[in-house]
Design a protein. Structure first.
Length: 149
């Protein structure tokens, strides 16, 4: 009789511990995914800000409800602009001399606003990645870039 009571208690403790372990692993995975999205978005923001800060000519274009931006850096020819655009949830850096490169994934929207010598960049992440909820998403990052040229 005592053995049955002990086995029942051990079973309850084991199931509880297993449930806590699974919940902890899910939380870790969700935060890890959220942190990776944040890191990608911060990197993209820095790359865009660095290029746009030194741009000598900037033009906004709008395609499929997303905002794209094209620009020329000092020394570029005036026939092939560089740019950034959002395609299928990924921000692409467009360079006429090399293949386009992806700089951030899991992006829902990309918005540029130009006023005088300032450019405001706003990124919004997707709500969830691979169906993982609880990752702290969506996230909105905004920065203001003052052009030098």
């Amino acid at each position: 009789m005592e053995l049955l009571v002990v086995m029942a208690i051990v079973s309850i403790v084991a199931v509880s511990a297993g449930s806590m372990l699974v919940a902890g692993m899910r939380t870790f995975q969700a935060r890890h995914v959220g942190n990776m999205v944040v890191a990608d978005m911060r990197f993209a923001m820095e790359v865009m800000a660095r290029d746009l800060r030194t741009a000598r000519s900037v033009t906004l274009t709008s395609l499929d409800n997303t905002r794209d931006i094209t620009f020329f850096l000092p020394g570029d020819s005036d026939t092939q602009p560089r740019g950034f655009d959002l395609r299928s949830g990924t921000i692409w850096r467009v360079n006429p001399n090399v293949a386009d490169s992806a700089i951030a994934a899991n992006v829902h929207s990309l918005l540029f606003e130009i006023s005088d010598r300032n450019i405001v960049i706003t990124l919004t992440s997707v709500r969830e990645v691979d169906g993982i909820a609880g990752s702290g998403l969506p996230l909105i990052l905004t920065t203001r870039v003052m052009r030098r040229n």
